[in-house]
Design a protein around this ligand. Structure first.
Ligand code: ATP
Ligand code: MG
Length: 451
C-alpha cells in the first residue's frame, strides 16, 4: 500500500472536513485506479456531512447533483465531487432511484455501489481501507463482480450491465460468471436506458484499447442482438475467397486494430461498421463464393441508421459514414493526375489520413496479419506530389469567382453555378487552365453557347 499517491490538495480538503468534525473518504474510480497502481483520473469523495454542511465548509461549491446528495467543491484548482453517504430505494424505471435517502455509514454507502472494485473506500487522512466486499481481491484477480445479487442490481439500474462491459474493455478485466449471466437476464431493463447513455458507454468501449473485450461478451449475452442487431447479423456471414473470417469477426478485428493504433474515434466506428451492409447485399457468385457488390453503400446507410438511433452529432455521422462509403477505393499508379485530384476532392483532403487508417485496419483484419502498405504509400506520395503541383481542388481554389463572372456579364443563379462547376472540371483536368484570363474566356464561351 506504500505506493498510494494522493494529491496533497485532496489531503488539505480532507482536513477541512476533519476540522468540521466530519468523516471523509476517497471512493469510486480513484480508489480502484490507485489500487491498480494507476494514477487517479478524478476524485470522488464520500462524507457523512449533509450537502448544506459541505456548502458551509467550503467557499466555492457548485450544487451539481444536490438532489442526489452531490456537490462539487472547487478547491485550489481541483474540482472534487463530494457525495453524502447514501442508500437508494425504488428503481421504478430501471434507471433512476425514486428517492435518495442518506446512509449512516460508509459501509452502507458502499453497498449501493455497482461493482466490488468500485466499492472500496480510503479513509482520509489515515488511508485506512474500507473494503466490505473484497474489492481488493477482485482488482488483484482482475474480475468485475456485482456488489450483492447481480440480478437484483441489474434490475435496479439497466446502465450497470453496460458499465460492466465498458469497464471490461477499459481495464482489460473479465466479468465474473454470475454477473455475466445476469446481463442476459437484464436485457429488457438495459433496453430502457436512454440512447444517449448507451452511446456514452459504447463510445468508451470503442475508445478503449481493445473494444472486442466488451463486444464479444455483448454478443454472447444476447445484448448485441438487442441494441446493434445490424452488427449481430454479421455473425456467420462467411466470405470465402476474400477473407479468413466471417463478417463479424472481421469487423471486430478491424475495430481492435484501429483502437490498438489509437486511430481516431470515427475511424474506430467506421472500422466496426464498414462491412455491416454485407449480409444484405450478398449474392451467390461463381464457385460457391459470395459477392458483396457495392456493400460499402449499404454499410454507410446502415451505419447512418445506427448512429442516428444513438443520437450521434450530425457532423460525426457524416464524417464516419463518408469514410465507410469510400473504404473500397483502389489506386492504380497508371491514374492520370486528374484522377488523383478527383479522388482527393471526393474524399476531402481533411479525411485522407482517416481513410488510410481505415484501409490499414480493414487490410489487417482480412487475415489478422499486418499487410504490406506499399499501395497506400504510393497513393499517399502521389497525392502529395499532385497537390504540390496544383491547388485547383475546389471552387475556392479557382482563379475566378462568382463576382468575376458577374463582372463579365454572366447573371448569377443556377446557370452560373453550373459554369463554375465546369471551370473546376477544366482546372482539374488541366491545372494550367486555372488562370483568370483563361477561365474567363472559357466561361464566356460556355455562356454564349447556352445563355
Ligand atoms: P471512471 O473511471 O469511468 O470515472 P468510476 O468508477 O469513477 O469510473 P463514475 O461513473 O465516476 O465511475 O462513478 C463513481 C462511482 O459511483 C463508481 O465507482 C461507483 O462506485 C458508483 N456508481 C456510478 N454509477 C453507478 C451505478 N449506475 N450504480 C451503482 N453505483 C454507481
Ligand atoms: Mg469517476
Amino acid at each position: 500500500m506504500g505506493k498510494l499517491w494522493i494529491n496533497p490538495i485532496i489531503g488539505e480538503a480532507a482536513s477541512v472536513f476533519i476540522r468540521g468534525g466530519k468523516q471523509i473518504f476517497l471512493v469510486g474510480g480513484a480508489v480502484r485506479d490507485l489500487l491498480r497502481g494507476k494514477e487517479a483520473k478524478d476524485w470522488d469523495l464520500a462524507t457523512d456531512a449533509l450537502p448544506e454542511e459541505v456548502i458551509r465548509l467550503f467557499r466555492r461549491v457548485i450544487p451539481t447533483g444536490i438532489k442526489h446528495g452531490t456537490v462539487t467543491i472547487l478547491f485550489k484548482g481541483c474540482s472534487l465531487e463530494v457525495t453524502t453517504f447514501r442508500t437508494e430505494t425504488g428503481y421504478r424505471d430501471g434507471r433512476r432511484p425514486d428517492h435518495v435517502s442518506y446512509a449512516a455509514s460508509i459501509e452502507e454507502d458502499l453497498s449501493r455501489r455497482d461493482f466490488t472494485m468500485n466499492a472500496v473506500a480510503l479513509e482520509l487522512p489515515s488511508l485506512r481501507v474500507v473494503d466490505p466486499f473484497n474489492g481488493q481481491g477482485d482488482i488483484k484477480r482482475r474480475i468485475i463482480r456485482c456488489v450483492g445479487d447481480p440480478h437484483e442490481r441489474f434490475a435496479e439500474d439497466g446502465l450497470r450491465p453496460l458499465r460492466a462491459l465498458r469497464f471490461a474493455a477499459q481495464l482489460g478485466f473479465s466479468i465474473d460468471g454470475p454477473t455475466l449471466e445476469a446481463i442476459s437476464a437484464a436485457i429488457s431493463t438495459i433496453a430502457k436506458v436512454s440512447p444517449e447513455r448507451i452511446r456514452d458507454e459504447f463510445d468508451k468501449i470503442t475508445g478503449s484499447a481493445k473494444p472486442s473485450t466488451a463486444l464479444l461478451p455483448m454478443e454472447e449475452t444476447g445484448l448485441l442482438e438487442r441494441i446493434l442487431p445490424e452488427l449481430a447479423r454479421c455473425r456467420g456471414v462467411e466470405q470465402k475467397g476474400f477473407h479468413r473470417f466471417d463478417v463479424l469477426d472481421h469487423s471486430l478485428l478491424a475495430c481492435d486494430y484501429a483502437a490498438e493504433h489509437t486511430f481516431s474515434q470515427r475511424v474506430r466506428l467506421a472500422a466496426l461498421f464498414h462491412d455491416i451492409g454485407k449480409p444484405a447485399v450478398r449474392q451467390p457468385g461463381a464457385g460457391g463464393v459470395w459477392n458483396f457488390y457495392r456493400h460499402e453503400q449499404e454499410s454507410a446507410r446502415l451505419a447512418r441508421q445506427i448512429m442516428t438511433r444513438f443520437r450521434y452529432p450530425n457532423a460525426f455521422i457524416e464524417g464516419t459514414t463518408h469514410l465507410i462509403g469510400e473504404h473500397m477505393f483502389h489506386y492504380d499508379p497508371a491514374w492520370k493526375d486528374a484522377a488523383v485530384r478527383r479522388f482527393v476532392i471526393r474524399v476531402g483532403k481533411e479525411n485522407l489520413e482517416d481513410l488510410y487508417d481505415l484501409r490499414r485496419a480493414d487490410a489487417y483484419a482480412i487475415a489478422a496479419v499486418e499487410s504490406p502498405v506499399d499501395t497506400l504509400l504510393a497513393l499517399k506520395n502521389r497525392i502529395e506530389e499532385t497537390l504540390a503541383q496544383s491547388q485547383a481542388l475546389s471552387l475556392n481554389d479557382l482563379a475566378v469567382n462568382g463576382s468575376d463572372l458577374m463582372a463579365a456579364g454572366i447573371k448569377s443563379g443556377p446557370r452560373m453555378g453550373r459554369i463554375l462547376q465546369e471551370l473546376l472540371e477544366t482546372a482539374l483536368d488541366d491545372p494550367a487552365q486555372n488562370t483568370r484570363e483563361k477561365l474567363l474566356e472559357i466561361a464566356g464561351n460556355l455562356y454564349k453557347r447556352s445563355p
